[in-house]
Design a protein around this ligand. Structure first.
Ligand SMILES: N[C@@H](CCC(=O)N[C@@H](CS)C(=O)NCC(=O)O)C(=O)O
Length: 202
């Protein structure tokens, strides 16, 4: 399989970590792919018309886009039920936590684009503040009740840890650890795992 991605993308990193935790790393060739709104990567657009990473191309040539769909595919490929909590009492909690962490990552990426990609004279402070407010509100929910963590990670753990890693990487000045100390403790054993250290954004 070929994974069009970079680890600086929270969605790409989530898929890479899920693949690693499922024992699929050897089956995946990562194709480093740069994307930026208003700067079309024409070559990649032939793979994914939306120009969004990650995208996965299977051995059969099928292109799968959108990280949650790729995660579902990878789990189905190895018959894994643990990652998404399939059939377990907490399946819908895990899926909702994944959706929240992913949604907050989408807001954080949009906030990054707001300052990095949009010309300064077109930036709108209230829009940026609104995006970061969504990130903060999501972190407050997780501060009160983080995902289970433990030895066997679910995609809820992975996507939240990746979101926090992205905030460290792109929004260091937010100093999220000061506001969410329980999450800071929760993250420590997870970010020490080989699947996380091997994919640290840089
Ligand atoms: N819903 C998508 C979001 C993917 C996404 O927004 N990726 C960003 C990089 S972090 C991207 O490709 N941005 C390029 C663009 O929007 O033009 C997923 O979960 O895969």
């Amino acid at each position: 399989m070929q994974l069009y991605s970079v680890v600086n993308s929270p969605f790409g990193r989530t898929v890479t970590i899920v693949a690693d935790e499922l024992g699929l790393t050897e089956d995946i060739e990562v194709v480093p792919t740069s994307v930026k709104p208003t700067a079309p990567n024409v070559e990649f657009q032939a793979v994914n018309p939306l120009r969004k990473i990650p995208a996965l191309k299977t051995e059969d040539g099928l292109v799968i886009v959108d990280s949650p769909v790729i995660v579902e595919y990878l789990c189905a490929r190895v018959g894994d039920t643990r990652m998404l909590g399939r059939g377990k009492p907490d399946e819908w909690l895990i899926r909702t936590q994944y959706a929240m962490a992913r949604g907050a990552a989408e807001a954080a990426v949009a906030a990054r684009y707001e300052t990095f990609a949009r010309p300064q004279e077109k930036q709108w402070d209230a829009w940026l503040a609104d995006l970061l407010d969504k990130v903060g509100a999501t972190l407050s929910i997780f501060e009160a009740a983080p995902p289970a963590g433990g030895g066997s990670l679910t995609v809820a753990d992975i996507s939240l840890a990746v979101l926090l890693g992205y905030l460290d990487f792109r929004f260091d000045d937010l100093n999220w650890r000061a506001s969410y100390p329980a999450l800071a403790e929760w993250l420590k054993p997870i970010e020490a795992r080989p699947s996380f250290t091997a994919t640290k954004p840089s």
